[in-house]
Design a protein around this ligand. Structure first.
Ligand code: MRU
Length: 351
């Protein structure tokens, strides 16, 4: 087996009867693998962020549908169809912002309807193939993003990233972290600053963990340090992922991304977004059309169990924000580097 320096966030179990994920709630303290046995368990894992990151939740959902189908082949056809529809709608409702989730589920649904006259075992087999293709394609898209992105990096780049858009968020080596992994593979000297990403700390818990594991030079900073880093000329560029990109190039990504883009503009630093074409949603004309998930108040008041605010404090907890296209230098996709105004008609198939 080829050794990959980065973790595999989502995969089939060896016997193909479960979806295995790294439980990201336990990182970096423990590296637990969860074996999810049906679509409902996958939905819970997505909702509770055991698996998270836009491409990874799409992949997990697709594998969950395929699993549900193969668990249900003994049902008669109408009951099998109902079971699949229920699984798809349960998974679709888990998280609203990342378009990759509905994109992957639409692909699964399209395979089911195209094979409507086949038997449940035949449909289950096709769905297994489609889910496996979604995973394999994502792995290839990550590498392509990395290859296109690495060409943009200056010599000895010092990169600020936010949240986790790495291997843990995808089926491969990540989106924003892919150019970093490829630069590192090629022996280039890369320095990464990872913002901790309040309130759920995907930056400190996940990005620092996976970059350190791969031997990449990474320094953790509290989110509030970003302005100072730029003022002190310690970063050359900002590189982040995306959960949904509107037709006009506005980008929804982890809360705090917009602030970094404003800071980068002020300091004259390039601000890059890396995402597969499946993240572009031409049905959203602008960022205003993107639904922003709001999370539970206790994730801010008592994240990870410690009370850090009065227990009844009013909280506003959007999980994502929208960075206007005008603040984005370029979007690095698997198809190449494009201007934020060039996203129209490049989207994945979101029928
Ligand atoms: O709430 P999360 O952890 O799922 O948010 C993840 C992000 O915002 C990532 O930056 C985005 O999904 C891109 S992942 C390649």
């Amino acid at each position: 087996m080829v050794h990959v320096p980065y973790p595999q966030a989502v995969r089939w179990s060896a016997d193909g009867r479960a979806v295995e994920i790294i439980d990201q709630r336990a990182l970096p303290g423990r590296e637990d693998i969860l074996a999810l046995k049906n679509a409902e368990e996958v939905a819970i894992a997505i909702r509770t962020l055991a698996v998270r990151g836009a491409p990874a939740i799409g992949i997990a959902a697709a594998l969950g549908v395929a699993l549900e189908a193969s668990n249900s082949t003994s049902l008669d056809k109408p009951a099998f169809d109902r079971r699949l529809l229920d699984a798809i709608s349960t998974l679709r409702l888990t998280r609203p912002t990342a378009v990759n989730l509905s994109w992957a589920l639409n692909r699964m649904r399209n395979v089911e309807t195209a094979n409507a006259h086949s038997t449940p075992p035949e449909i289950a087999c096709k769905l297994y193939g489609e889910a496996s293709a979604i995973l394999a394609e994502d792995r290839a898209m990550c590498r392509a993003i990395g290859e296109h992105g690495v060409a943009l990096l200056p010599e000895n780049p010092r990169i600020l990233t936010h949240c986790n858009a790495g291997a843990l968020a995808t089926g491969g080596m990540g989106t924003a972290l892919a150019p970093i992994y490829i630069a590192h593979e090629r022996g280039l000297k890369v320095k990464v600053f990872a913002g901790e990403t309040r309130p759920l700390l995907q930056g400190s818990r996940l990005t620092v963990w996976e970059l350190q594991r791969a031997g990449v030079d990474v320094t953790l900073v509290a989110d509030v340090v970003a302005a100072t880093l730029m003022q002190q000329k310690k970063v050359d560029l900002v590189l982040v992922g995306a959960d949904r990109i509107a037709a006009n190039g506005d980008v929804a990504n982890k809360i705090g991304t917009y602030g970094l883009a404003v800071l980068a503009k002020h300091h004259g630093i390039p601000f890059y977004v890396a995402a597969p074409t499946s993240t572009i949603d031409n049905h959203a004309a602008t960022g205003a059309d993107i639904i922003i998930e709001e999370r539970d108040a206790d994730e801010v008041r008592r994240g990870f169990g410690t009370l850090t605010a009065p227990a009844d404090a009013n909280v506003y907890a959007p999980a994502f924000d929208v960075t206007p296209a005008a603040l984005i230098t370029a979007i690095i996709t698997d198809g190449g580097v494009i201007g934020p105004g060039d996203t129209r008609d490049r989207s994945g198939d979101h029928r």
